[in-house]
Design a protein around this ligand. Structure first.
Ligand code: ADP
Ligand code: MG
Ligand code: MG
Length: 210
C-alpha cells in the first residue's frame, strides 16, 4: 500500500465505523456492565452521531485534515476513558500522515495512532484494553503488506488479528481502567474497548473500494 487511500476512502472508513458503533451500542454497554459502568456503547454512540455528519458533509481535501477533525470530534463528544484514547489514536494518525513521505504511510500512521493510545493510557500488551485489539491488527497489516499481499487482503488479515486480540482479552486480568478495580474477577469477560477497537479495524476494510 505505497499509495495512501484518498480522503473519500478515509471518510468511508469513519462512516462505516460510526454506523457499526451505533449498531453495536447495546452490546458494548452490556460488555461494560459486566466489568465497568455500562456506558461504553452510549459513550461511543454519542461520538458516532457527530462523526456520521462530519464525514457526510466534510470538505477536507486531505486525509490528515479529516482524521484530525475525527480525533477532536471524539475528544469533544465521547466521554469516559475511551474518548481521549480514541481521540489520540486519530490525532496521532493525522500528525503522522502530515509528516510521512516514505512508503506504507497507512501502516506508519496507524502505528503512530497506537503509540498515542499507549502513551496516553499507559497500557501494555495483556492489560485487557483496546490496545490488545489495535496493536496486533497493525502488526498483521504490516507483515501482510511486507509479504506482498494486496491491501484488501492485508486489511482483512488486520481485521482477523483485531478479532483474535479482542477474544484474547476474555482470559486477561484487567490492569488499566475501571475493570482493573475488579482484579481477578475481571477474567472471563471480553473487554468492551477491545470490542469497539475490533469494529474500528473491521471498518478499515472499506478503505479499499470493493
Ligand atoms: P469508562 O471506563 O471511563 O466508563 P468507557 O466505558 O467508554 O470508559 O471505556 C472503557 C474501555 O476503555 C475499556 O474497556 C478499555 O478497553 C479502555 N481503557 C480504559 N483505560 C484504558 C487505558 N489506560 N489504556 C487503554 N485503554 C483503556
Ligand atoms: Mg464505561
Ligand atoms: Mg464511564
Amino acid at each position: 500500500m505505497n499509495e495512501l487511500p484518498d480522503t473519500a476512502a478515509f471518510a468511508r472508513w469513519i462512516g462505516t465505523f460510526a454506523a457499526s458503533l451505533t449498531e453495536h451500542e447495546a452490546h458494548l454497554n452490556a460488555l461494560d456492565a459486566a466489568i465497568g459502568d455500562a456506558d461504553h456503547g452510549v459513550n461511543l454512540r454519542r461520538g458516532a452521531l457527530v462523526l456520521a455528519t462530519l464525514v457526510r458533509h466534510h470538505d477536507f481535501s486531505r486525509p490528515e485534515q479529516l482524521l484530525r477533525a475525527v480525533g477532536s470530534t471524539i475528544v469533544d463528544h465521547v466521554g469516559g476513558a475511551s474518548g481521549p484514547l480514541y481521540g489520540s489514536f486519530f490525532v496521532r494518525m493525522a500528525a503522522a500522515l502530515a509528516t510521512t513521505t516514505g512508503a506504507v504511510p497507512l501502516v506508519g500512521a496507524m502505528r503512530a495512532g497506537v503509540a498515542g493510545v499507549a502513551e496516553l493510557g499507559g497500557a501494555e500488551p495483556g492489560d485487557k484494553t483496546l490496545y490488545d485489539a489495535l496493536a496486533p491488527a497493525v502488526d498483521a497489516l504490516e507483515s501482510a503488506l511486507s509479504a506482498g499481499q494486496s491491501p484488501a487482503r492485508a486489511l482483512a488479515r488486520a481485521a482477523a488479528a483485531a478479532e483474535a486480540g479482542r477474544d484474547a482479552t476474555i482470559a486477561m486480568i484487567a490492569k488499566k481502567g475501571r475493570a482493573s478495580y475488579l482484579g481477578e474477577r475481571s477474567a472471563g469477560h471480553q473487554d468492551p474497548g477491545a470490542t469497539s477497537a475490533a469494529l474500528l479495524i473491521a471498518a478499515a476494510r472499506t478503505l479499499i473500494p470493493s
